[in-house]
Design a protein around this ligand. Structure first.
Ligand code: TYD
Ligand code: MG
Length: 377
């Protein structure tokens, strides 16, 4: 995710909801790095016994990680200097304060000042600094967003409520690729990286339901198969509603217009909801074709075959446009057991992919026709 590692002198912000696993991850990271460089873990949130308890739960009680319970910024920097830390973790930036400023920890002025001081400290000492930031509901603490422009790298920890899976998303990355995702599972022994993550968010129902399709996305540095759902319902009263969860609502509005104009499917007087299952957010236009398929499937109340996966961008003139990484997407769909793919014609692979029937489409009305024939009873 970091494009090769932590850069000395850089500052990284790790944001996320309370309880998601920030301290766990950084304890694991700190303990691993402490074998090579001095690492100082400064916590203003938990007591030493609490941190030790976590470390022993992680099997890390013998790691040479230096712990400091301190909320005073100057003291934290002094200790980091004293031990010549290669990595300083500050957990969390919202609970420390500079004595040069009045104002409680977490107030916007304190937050900015502390972050700026730590950026100067990182640059002048070549220490890598990781700041933990709690994502907060409107309230007493300012959120990590106000610090994004001050730091080199911003990562957010996300999860679907109740799920043991965690995603870290890079939203800013001065030294590596942006929009990377990393996948973890929270286990009894802390966070573990997940391999074969491309189908992590896919649950395969016994019998596919109308309105549910599988999209092959690729906006996270790798192919990712996701379930996309649509519900098209007659409006009972009032204005028709349009809602997009995890997807771009503007894009949905555009696709509805394209469906009307170029495929003669009118949903103007229907409530339309689309949802990306699993709490993910995907912004790439390559989900267009899957959104359209989910809408058509729900509207017709007919399920698409379980082995179908789709991707493709749709243009305003009704054309299905090629997307990047077409072949990777198709190979991944096949690897995950999908047998039919609807894809832009220009993304047809040069060599056939074993076990995958790729139906190339150039226009949205052709795609709708293909879908109807695939859904035929
Ligand atoms: P924590 O790292 O304290 O979250 P944050 O710092 O983001 O607030 O993680 C808290 C949750 O993780 C807590 O509910 C317990 C759980 N957990 C595990 O499931 N396994 C573990 O090995 C550890 C250390 C924590
Ligand atoms: Mg914590």
């Amino acid at each position: 995710m970091l494009g090769g590692g932590l850069v000395p002198g850089s500052v990284l912000l790790l944001g996320g909801d309370p309880g998601i696993g920030k301290s766990t991850l950084l304890t694991q990271l700190g303990a691993a790095l402490a074998r090579n460089v001095p690492v100082l873990y400064a916590s203003a949130e938990e007591s030493l016994p609490q941190i030790r308890l976590r470390a022993s739960r992680l099997g890390l009680e013998e790691a040479p990680l230096r712990l400091l319970c301190e909320s005073d910024l100057d003291e934290i920097m002094a200790q980091a200097r004293a031990c010549q830390a290669g990595l300083l973790v500050v957990d969390s930036v919202q609970t420390i304060a500079s004595s040069r400023l009045t104002g409680v920890p977490g107030a916007v002025a304190q937050l900015r000042e502390c972050a700026q001081e730590l950026v100067r400290f990182a640059k002048s000492t070549d220490t890598a600094v990781i700041l933990v930031g709690h994502v907060t509901k409107e309230g007493t603490l300012a959120g990590p967003r106000v610090l994004e422009h001050l730091v080199d790298t911003v990562l957010y920890f996300e999860s679907d409520s109740g799920s043991r899976y965690r995603i870290i998303r890079a939203v800013k990355n001065r030294f590596g690729p942006a929009s990377e995702l990393a996948f973890y599972a929270m286990t009894e022994q802390g966070l573990r990286g997940v391999r074969n993550s491309s189908a992590l968010f896919l649950t395969r129902p016994e019998r596919p339901a109308p309105g549910s399709v599988v999209a092959v996305t690729h906006d996270s540095g790798r192919p990712l198969l996701v379930e996309l759902q649509a519900l098209v319902d007659q409006v009972k009263y009032g204005q028709p509603r349009r809602m997009a969860q995890g997807l771009d609502a503007q894009r949905l509005a555009m696709l509805l217009a394209v469906l009307h104009r170029h495929a003669a499917i009118a949903l103007a007087d229907a409530d339309v909801f689309v949802n990306l299952v699993g709490g993910l957010e995907v912004r790439e236009p390559a989900t267009d074709l899957a959104i359209v398929a989910a809408l058509v499937s729900s509207h017709a109340n007919r399920a698409v075959p379980a082995g179908l996966a789709l991707f493709g961008e749709i243009g305003l003139t009704g054309e299905v446009r090629p997307v990047a990484y077409g072949e990777e997407r198709l190979i991944e769909a096949s690897r995950q057991g999908f047998t039919v793919a609807l894809a832009p014609r220009a993304n047809l692979p040069r060599k056939p992919i074993k076990g995958l029937d790729v139906r190339a489409v150039e226009r949205v009305d052709v795609a709708v026709g293909e879908l109807r024939s695939l859904c035929a009873p």
